[in-house]
Design a protein around this ligand. Structure first.
Ligand SMILES: Nc1ncnc2c1ncn2[C@@H]1O[C@H](COP(=O)(O)OP(=O)(O)OP(=O)(O)O)[C@@H](O)[C@H]1O
Length: 850
């Protein structure tokens, strides 16, 4: 119980911790509460275990009813156990002390529902305002009720917890004191309080309300950074909470400068949406992140909030199954590949690729590449001595019709049509039917192909139609339609004709060569041929662009299996849509009978659960291409082609889109904006702006703003919430010596901070920078400018701002990103190109003379 603090006028003023033991006594109070919570959790775990045990016994009865009941119980108990086990660590983090609610009503969790205080909550007297704390709520990662259903802990996402985040000194509502509790396992380590009504003399259980520390936010922001992001559940700020709890419907757009918490807010929103409507979001939430580094950095946040499985965090270069971007294109190539002009090029390529040599498109990339025919190899034609396989061209000579009419060996010899291009698709189809040779030549085949391609259906899905039109043409050419006057007989004969021809291996081989099943990778690889690409991109790309793109695609190799760039992946996705995947006979899936029981993965210990669940989650992910909610982080960076790719994954989704135009590395924001509008459709949008920079101290933010002013004049910078008193450092390093200077500065910063140091260089210096830092340990990381996106470090070294700014048309905005990664210290190393002044300050970072 806190002792009353009497002032000379007899008021009960808040009791501030002055090292007089209040902190310790408050920690003891919270410890007692945490002990009660753990005790209750243990009871609940026993209950869950008992339920599972009981359910297992019921299963032994063996009747269908008992089994069904067991399954239901197992499921409930499993879910319960899983949540308890995984939330057990560190899950109590907050407390609010509240005035009585206005209407005196309490919700299902036992808390007052009103956010406004009762009219008589505050008594005004000659010595100021007084009030009695009426209710104390503890906030945690999950809700826990005591045996009488009174709330011991409120889930952070429950409405009753909202005042913990929303109340501010300007609009405190019922909250008098907000406390953040730091605990590890079962031990409370510390408490930090914010007083939201500092003018009020509040009492708790008759004593003055104690206040400890200077607020939780500052304590959180000052902590050293590791290589993974932490959740901010204990210190979400009011403007961030508005976004997190915004209704799920349609589209929520969030803008804010560097460090305003956009990524953190987006991830907390995912957890909130799942809490609000788990059933709906069982359809999956997709978080699209710009780089694998940012995925790795953020992927621990959701599990720490008790959410896993339902949320897939994917780098934009890993959105297509079986494709994983491992390289970056040069800015010039990226600019072309990302542009929506590529849609027209790919449309032509998807169709044009049918004309290519067989090996150039189907290749090993195609799982359905035709197996060698089991039929005996046809004899060489008199017209063409080369065998069909020599040319990769197939013609079909077959004897059809009544046995008596079957031609002798002579009539069955295959031929290669004149004008066939070596290595090209077959230009002639020849069959022998009804004792006669029937041939479709290059022109007819071309007409048939053009007819089939007339529609917009995916190319691979048109193959059955192509097959049908070939048979139609052969049937007509055979003269058979004239021979049958009885339609029934004609139909019967036609059926036999079709079946005989189309079941022949050699006809299949012809089809495989003339209408091969195309794979996205093989078509992309085919675009590496400059002449071909120039044909497919006529009037869309200029010769220079064609050359650059073709050269970059050469990396894929002839079979298309070489390394992909981030921008290639969106092209693959587009091709996937243009080509389509033909239906395959269902392969029997290995089924684990236990899999049938939803939630069964919840039934084992954590260690047991992880491996099988991951495979199940991965499989579910593989099968999923459409999500219930899509969150796009760093949305300003998506190219038009990437927007199309992401849009396909959220056709029926609600969306949260977060970004900052001032950090965009894409050169043409208008074009990307249009693609974004197309992906999001015309649904209503809710817009929020975050205004406070929680990452950078004011000294670093101020320097970065100089670049913001150059990059996007007139754009307001977010306000830094704290300052360190340490100005950025400038260290000139002559060009030949950039590496030595960067290493020296990294070492210095490793000494000055407890956590991580990031060294950011222009993209083409990445490898070099890794060499510079060899042996400095894993607290220091070398990054290309584009890789730094979204990440943060205790300290950063930015090497040659001019090199970064000159890298691409969006270079100044990329430099702005690089300069805003540090939470404590920033050093800028400049080369000759930076034209540093006497103090080593690069040209770009000096005060403008105007
Ligand atoms: N309410 C908060 N309490 C504590 N820390 C916070 C809060 N909001 C943001 N932060 C911290 O500020 C830093 C920046 O957050 P985050 O990376 O989400 O910002 P961002 O807007 O996505 O930045 P950028 O656009 O530069 O990538 C992180 O360390 C985050 O944990």
């Amino acid at each position: 119980m806190a002792a009353q603090n009497a002032t000379h006028d007899g008021r009960t003023a808040p009791r501030r911790d002055r090292g007089d033991g209040i902190r310790d006594s408050e920690i003891r109070i919270e410890q007692a509460h945490l002990d009660r919570v753990y005790h209750r959790l243990e009871e609940k775990i026993h209950e869950a275990e008992f339920l599972m045990d009981d359910a297992a016994k019921r299963g032994q009865v063996g009747t269908p009813g008992a089994l069904a009941e067991r399954d239901a119980q197992v499921f409930r108990a499993g879910v319960h156990l899983n949540r308890l086990n995984s939330e057990f660590e560190d899950f109590l983090f907050g407390r609010i002390d509240l005035l009585p609610g206005k209407d005196g009503e309490r919700g299902p969790d036992g808390a007052y529902t009103s956010i406004e205080p009762a009219d008589d909550a505050i008594r005004t007297g000659p010595d100021g305002d007084r009030a009695e704390i009426a209710e104390t709520l503890h906030i945690g990662r999950i809700g826990v009720l005591d045996a009488d259903y009174a709330p011991l802990v409120i889930d952070w996402r429950a409405p009753a917890a909202a005042p913990f985040y929303r109340s501010t000194p300007v609009a405190p509502g019922r909250v008098v004191r907000r406390r953040v509790i730091r605990s590890k396992g079962r031990r409370v380590l510390g408490v930090e309080d914010d007083l939201l009504r500092p003018e009020l003399s509040a009492t708790l259980d008759g004593g003055a309300l104690p206040v400890v520390g200077d607020g939780a936010l500052m304590a959180a922001l000052g902590q050293a950074r590791g290589h993974t992001m932490r959740d901010i559940v204990a210190s979400i700020q009011a403007e961030q909470d508005q976004v997190i709890r915004a209704p799920a419907a349609s589209i929520t757009e969030v803008e804010g400068g560097p460090g305003t918490g956009k990524t953190a807010v987006a991830l907390h929103r995912a957890a909130y949406l799942l809490y609000q409507d788990r059933r709906r979001y069982a359809g999956g939430i997709l978080v699209v992140s710009p780089t694998p580094l940012l995925v790795a950095y953020t992927e621990g946040v959701l599990p720490s909030l008790g959410e896993e499985g339902q949320v897939a965090i994917r780098a934009v270069g890993s959105l297509v199954e079986g494709a994983e971007a491992t390289t970056y294109d040069t800015p010039a190539v990226a600019r072309v590949k990302g542009s929506s002009r590529m849609v027209r090029v790919l449309r032509k390529a998807a169709r044009g690729a049918l004309e290519l040599p067989r090996g150039a498109t189907a290749g090993s990339a195609s799982s359905s590449a035709p197996a060698p025919s089991s039929a005996p190899a046809p004899a060489p034609s008199s017209e063409s001595p080369a065998s069909s396989s020599d040319h990769g061209q197939l013609t079909l000579d077959m004897a059809l019709g009544a046995p008596a009419a079957a031609p002798s060996g002579d009539g069955a010899r295959p031929g290669v049509g004149p004008g066939s291009r070596p290595g090209g698709p077959p230009e002639r189809l020849r069959v022998v039917a009804f004792g006669a040779r029937i041939e479709l030549g290059a022109d007819e085949l071309r007409t048939i192909r053009q007819n089939v391609l007339g529609g917009t259906a995916p190319v691979n899905l048109l193959r059955p139609r192509a097959r049908r039109l070939l048979l139609d043409a052969l049937w007509t050419r055979s003269g058979a339609p004239r021979r049958y006057t009885d339609p029934e007989l004609a139909a019967e004969a036609r059926e036999g004709f079709d079946e005989d021809i189309s079941t022949e291996d050699s006809f299949q081989d012809f089809l495989d060569a003339w209408w091969p099943e195309l794979t996205p990778r093989s078509v992309l690889a085919a675009m590496a041929d400059e002449k071909r690409l120039s044909r497919w991109s006529r009037r869309v790309l200029n010769p220079r662009e064609v050359r650059q793109v073709a050269r970059s695609l050469g990396r894929l190799g002839p079979d298309g299996q070489g390394p992909l760039s981030v921008h290639d992946v969106a092209l693959l996705d587009e091709l996937n849509t243009l080509l389509g995947t033909p239906a395959r006979p269902a392969t029997p899936r290995e089924t684990d009978p236990l899999d049938q029981l939803t939630g069964l993965d919840e039934l084992t210990t954590y260690a047991d659960r992880v491996a099988p669940r991951r495979t199940r989650a991965e499989r579910a992910e593989r099968e999923r291409t459409d999500y219930a909610h899509v969150i796009v982080d760093e949305a300003q960076d998506l190219t038009p082609m990437q927007w199309r790719m992401v849009g396909r994954r959220g056709r029926h989704a609600t969306w949260t889109v977060v970004g900052d135009p001032a950090q965009s590395s894409w050169s043409d924001p208008d074009e990307a904006g249009q693609a974004r509008d197309e992906a999001l459709g015309s649904r209503p949008r809710r817009r929020f702006t975050l205004t406070v920079n929680y990452r950078n101290p004011a000294e670093i933010a101020e320097l970065a703003t100089k670049v913001l002013t150059l990059a996007m004049p007139g754009t307001p910078a977010p306000e830094a919430v704290r300052s360190t008193g340490v100005a950025p450092r400038f260290a000139p390093g002559a060009d030949g010596d950039l590496g030595a200077a960067a290493r020296r500065e990294a070492l210095r910063l490793l000494d000055e901070v407890d956590g991580t140091v990031g060294v950011v260089v222009a993209m083409n210096r990445r490898e070099q920078a890794r060499q510079w830092l060899t042996g400095l340990g894993d607290r220091v990381v070398a990054l290309g400018s584009l890789e730094a996106k979204g990440l943060e470090y205790d300290a950063t070294v930015v090497v040659s701002p001019a090199e970064i700014a000159d890298e691409s048309p969006a270079g100044l905005r990329v430099l702005y990103v690089a300069l805003t990664r540090a939470t404590q210290r920033l050093t800028v190393v400049s080369g000759n190109r930076d034209e540093p002044d006497g103090d080593g300050v690069p040209d770009l970072l000096r005060d403008s003379p105007f």
